[in-house]
Design a protein around this ligand. Structure first.
Ligand code: WA2
Length: 279
């Protein structure tokens, strides 16, 4: 009965949860559209034709960072075939680094001297440009990290923005996700085949999201932080949800689940809200 005390309480929880879920989804969608626009920009001023485009990208991404409120930073990785590796490394004055080493701690610190050169592969995705906030990933082969690699393969074959599952980002103690768009050397028709897309790929524009600190920032903008507890989950595998935000909370009875759409149909997300106290 919505007019009873319990009914009003339930309605209040529903409204607060849906409002927060919608805000998070909208802000995510805005920054995703903006990263997509950056990928189109890089395709348009393709560095093959305009070598200065990458320098200008640096300036442009820094001055438009406010347009991507939930991102930690954006970066651009190039598609480099093994046959071009030596030329690429000579040209840039550094070797392509591997993301994983024997020593996890050193990888997390992400000091380039501690990283091993990438072992021989058919192809690589070294980061050639990154915003200041994620500059530690420059020179690292993004195809040498499981989540980043899966994203790159899926992004370039589909032409869509794709998201990783939550994983521990480099140099961060939090779980985050990476969004990737492929950059193509030509204007592909909407019905281009995966094979055509892979062949036309020149690079990968990605944005990383440090989910806990970004959701915190968002929730702080709203009152009633003292009233409800919010959790965000990746529920892609319904039998094994991954916590992206929040800690396990005591069962205070009422629970409301709001759906979240982050724009990648392969990933499912939910926001769970509870009152902090029983009535
Ligand atoms: N960006 C920031 N921190 C990370 C990370 C990443 N990937 N991977 C692990 N920690 C350049 O999809 C291409 C960004 C990957 C893009």
């Amino acid at each position: 009965d919505p007019s009873s005390g319990a009914g009003r309480r339930e309605e209040m929880l529903t409204n607060m949860c849906d409002e927060r879920a919608r805000m998070l989804q909208d802000q995510f969608n805005v920054s995703m559209n903006h990263v997509h626009a950056l990928a189109i920009l890089v395709s348009t001023f393709h560095h093959g034709k305009h070598p200065s485009a990458i320098d200008q990208l640096h300036e442009y991404t820094e001055s438009t960072a406010f347009e991507r409120p939930l991102t930690s930073g954006v970066a651009y990785a190039l598609k480099v075939l093994h046959s071009d590796r030596m030329h690429f490394e000579k040209q840039h004055g550094w070797t392509i680094k591997k993301m994983e080493t024997e020593n996890e701690a050193l990888v997390q610190d992400c000091i380039p001297e501690n990283l091993d050169p990438a072992p021989i592969q058919d192809e690589y995705a070294p980061v050639i440009f990154a915003q200041e906030t994620v500059s530690h990933i420059v020179s690292i082969d993004m195809m040498s990290g499981k989540e980043d690699r899966e994203n790159i393969l899926r992004a370039r074959a589909s032409g869509k923005g794709v998201l990783t599952s939550p994983f521990k980002l480099l140099k961060s103690n939090h779980l985050g996700v990476v969004l990737t768009f492929a950059v193509y050397n030509t204007n592909l028709p909407l019905d281009a085949t995966p094979k055509q897309r892979i062949e036309a790929t020149v690079g990968y524009l990605g944005a990383s999201y440090d989910v806990p600190s970004l959701v915190d920032k968002l929730l702080h903008q709203l009152a009633s932080k003292q009233t409800i507890v919010v959790n965000v989950y990746d529920t892609t595998d319904a039998s094994a949800p991954i916590t992206m935000y929040g800690t396990d909370v005591a069962d205070t009875g009422l629970l409301h689940i709001s759906s979240l759409d982050f724009g990648d149909p392969l990933r499912k997300h939910e926001m769970h809200c509870r009152f902090k106290q029983r009535p």
